[in-house]
Design a binder for this molecule. Sequence first.
Ligand SMILES: Nc1ncnc2c1ncn2[C@@H]1O[C@H](COP(=O)(O)OP(=O)(O)OP(=O)(O)O)[C@@H](O)[C@H]1O
Length: 275
Amino acid sequence: MADIEIRNVYKIFGHDAKKALAMAKDGLDKADILGRTGCSVGLNDVSLKIGAGKIFVIMGLSGSGKSTLVRHINRLIEPTSGEVLFDGSNILDLDAKALRAFRMRRVSMVFQSFALMPHRTVLQNVVYGQRVRGTSKADAREIGMKWIETVGLSGYDAKFPHQLSGGMKQRVGLARALAADTDVILMDEAFSALDPLIRADMQDQLLQLQQNLAKTIVFITHDLDEALRIGSEIAILKDGQVVQVGSPGDILDNPANDYVARFVQRRQGRPEKHD
Ligand SMILES: Nc1ncnc2c1ncn2[C@@H]1O[C@H](COP(=O)(O)OP(=O)(O)OP(=O)(O)O)[C@@H](O)[C@H]1O
């Protein structure tokens, strides 16, 4: 189990990050800062607490900062300013060796693009993390076969990624993250490339698995329906800022502002409110 705290994180992309950071802290908006400095504000004073053992969804439109935010949790991206705490320790303090161990044992990631190794079989892909950390071939095989079966891919262990459909590839990605047995799984638009029925199946399967696993899952999506379906808690991002955090019920019943309300109205098929 692991809980994560993101504290006042800013991420500025571009050469004049210091100037842009000061402007963001002064409350200038993203477009203004881009115009004046050429820097893109990826995240703007994001603070979030992600509780252990839950599915926490980060939702927002394209460019709102979802991928940038989730990549801070395994330090694929470092903040321009702010802290990322994992069970109370700042992961920015980890040295290279500790960071490798952290990525191997504590947090794994499932990508929209599957990111499977094409010349390795399903089983080899699934057990890769276990093998890297020194698990014997026999033990890794046992772990791998268990997860391959759990995600519904029995009989496909010796196939190569190109022999699988998109939905099957994403099951391999999920089995790989589960086999790595980390406390936290980051899922970046993991189901977005799948067609609607397969996507709904994968959502169901994730919810079902989670009942037993109780992992800390951070799930990114641009789809409110998906967020409401699988999230215990949902954070909505706009222009790198958190505009609302709440349960699915909170988001539906009490949208924090017009931006969130428009998502909810669109979902319910009502005409948008203009005032
Ligand atoms: N490497 C980078 N260099 C420059 N700007 C970047 C970089 N990565 C992200 N950005 C900018 O940061 C902002 C947030 O991007 P991010 O990819 O996190 O959004 P997103 O919500 O994940 O979008 P999408 O749903 O399209 O993946 C955008 O304005 C983007 O242009």
